[in-house]
Ligand binder design. Sequence first.
Ligand SMILES: *Cc1c(COP(=O)(O)O)cnc(C)c1O
Length: 393
Amino acid sequence: MSQNGISWINDEIAALKSAGLYNVIRTIDSPMDAWVTIDGRRVLNFCANNYLGLANHPRVREAAKQGIDQYGVGPGAVRTIAGTMSLHVRLEERLAAFKHAEACITLQSGFTANLATIPALVGKGDIIFSDELNHASIIDGCRLSRAETVRYRHNDVDDLRRVIAETTNYNRRLIISDGVFSMDGDIAPLDKLCEVAEEHGIVLMVDDAHGEGVLGRGGRGIVDHFGLHGRVDVEVGTLSKAFGVVGGLVAGKKAIIDWLRQRGRPFLFSSAMTVPDVAACLAAVDLLESSTELVDRLWQNAKIFREGMDQMGFNTGHSQTPIVPVMLGEAPLAQQFSRRLFEEGVFAMAIGYPTVPQGKARIRVMNSAAHSADDIEQALDTFGRVGRELGVI
Ligand SMILES: *Cc1c(COP(=O)(O)O)cnc(C)c1O
């Protein structure tokens, strides 16, 4: 009976609930911004990847509306069949120019950008060297490719050299790393990864989802941050974080981007970004190119928040970016801390095992240019109060 066929799912869900691992998803009744409305209450938001506040920026909203007036809402079919809108072509040209890359292609999300790119570059008989903390979409892209995947220790270039030396039986090779690691906010040593890749003639790919719009001059990303233009073969990025919209991008060598139009399966078999998404992203590029104000404010806010937390005696880990982990140790404490913050009007997520190692539970604070100086001050005040109450500081 079909009812019995899925009864195991209820058991699994019950197990998740009793282990405290069941995802409860909050409903937001407002735009995604510095403040959001949850259950009828306004709370200060430190959960979103909306680094620059573009998700609800007036110019970005207006551009999406104008895009609809000119092009409608949907792309109609996959681009190889129904053709591609000039809007999409323009965004790809603008992104390539912004990032000083030879070419760029957009996809539906950062996740599908990885699923498109990795299997197009390697397959059976090939080998991938992957940082052990790489994002789930990289892991899935590696699996889909059917290449052998060898993990190296997190950000450990010597370990990468060791695994490269130990593997001999392969055709093509690919090194993949996240640019910014989302749980700790640390940055991949892309300059050193680049040296190793060049020494061994290995293709290098970086997934800069948390660096896009954040790192580099005016948010041009990790390749710009390290000044490695033209040396990193392929850079995956997202339009769903700092860009404030939804979409994915792949930028890099022209040959690779051309190849993705021929062999990237999410490009060939899934429709393109919607019109308002693309129009909004074009406005986001305009904003980033016209001024570094938002990126500067993001870093300034993050600095004030981190220093304030450190002064109060919190452990903020070793982040190098606006992601600030507030290290608390055990998961129940982190969950209690997050619950108390929420009661006090601050929305900040507790993250525990298995997303981070046992004993490394934390509140992950996502800073944003959308926050005002008062917002940061209020957040620090609330963290301090809850921290003292729970005996953390
Ligand atoms: C968030 C993230 C993605 C997924 O991006 P979406 O556009 O939300 O699909 C991919 N890779 C990394 C490293 C990420 O942090």
